[in-house]
Design a binder for this molecule. Structure first.
Ligand SMILES: Nc1ccn([C@@H]2O[C@H](COP(=O)(O)OP(=O)(O)OP(=O)(O)O)[C@@H](O)[C@H]2O)c(=O)n1
Ligand SMILES: C[C@](O)(CO)[C@H](O)COP(=O)(O)O
Length: 246
């Protein structure tokens, strides 16, 4: 039976966030973003293995934040794609060709567990792989290079790519090899697979799966996590009086 592996790129510097530390170590409700993200992935699929990509000079990381039994630290690369490629290389001795690799940005702590389960369900019957995504909701403009509108772009059929993005190990390795050979810019795993002529499936996901990128995103993520926690609590059935009294 095939196994499932989380690959979590967490070696970024958070330059757009401009904080005193990489954004994955900024606190939400007393815990770093990285701990929130890993906890959510673990709650969804606790038996999965984890490759956590960290910068070699990372002085913030604490292994106490990793809830997985089976995990390995992977050296981060220059770009996100290089960090993920290092994880694929580390898995060479361990992962089977048909194992599922789910790549998820550490900067997305708000992904819904139900969306994770739905993605895995889709992946079980989808050889082309799949990614969480959201249809573009705003009107889209292309600029003229000088902050004026050149044109309005039709949003018909346009999606925002989110993570996780999941692929069979063999397919993803091949896609990364070919992208490297051709010198393609790979900003997500799907774009490498698309370059092989394969069309990954888009799985519509909740749009509060925010990637913490800019300073204002941290408060937004904190609010989303608090709202999600309250929703979870309100969906737990109340303890019956009978039970309390007996
Ligand atoms: N060399 C890199 C660059 C990015 N990432 C990870 O890839 C994800 C998406 O990247 P992004 O949001 O761009 O994060 P940063 O690179 O940290 O941000 P910035 O581009 O603003 O510096 C993040 O989880 C980040 O930690 C990584 O593992 N290795
Ligand atoms: C992979 C990704 O999250 C898809 O939206 C995104 O492309 C990664 O962020 P970056 O800013 O492009 O590194």
């Amino acid at each position: 039976m095939s196994r499932l592996w989380w690959v979590v790129p967490a070696a970024g510097q958070g330059r757009r966030m401009g904080a005193e530390r990489p954004k994955q170590y900024l606190q939400i409700d007393g815990r770093p973003v990285l701990a929130h993200t890993l906890e959510r992935l673990h709650r969804a699929i606790p038996q999965a293995g984890l490759c956590l990509c960290l910068d070699s000079d990372d002085r913030w990381f604490d292994s106490a934040w990793v809830p997985f039994d089976d995990w390995r630290r992977v050296k981060g690369g220059t770009e996100r794609v290089d960090s993920v490629a290092n994880a694929l290389a580390i898995l060479a001795g361990e992962a089977a060709d048909d194992d599922l690799i789910l790549v998820h940005d550490v900067a997305r702590p708000c992904v819904w567990i139900e969306d994770l389960w739905r993605l895995v369900e889709v992946l079980n019957g989808e050889p082309a792989g799949a990614l969480l995504a959201a249809p573009v909701a705003d009107t889209v403009k292309r600029d003229d290079g000088h902050a004026h509108v050149r044109t309005t772009v039709s949003r018909e059929g346009l999606w925002q790519a989110l993570t996780p993005q999941g692929f069979r190990y063999r397919l993803l390795c091949r896609a990364f090899d070919v992208a490297r050979e051709r010198g393609l810019a790979v900003t997500d795993e799907a774009s490498a697979v698309e370059a092989l002529g394969v069309s990954p499936r888009l799985v519509a996901a909740r749009r509060d799966n925010l990637k913490i990128t800019h300073p204002e995103d941290l408060a937004l993520a904190a609010h989303i996590l608090a709202t999600q926690a309250a929703l979870e609590l309100s969906s737990i059935p109340p303890v019956s009086h009978h039970r309390q009294e007996s």
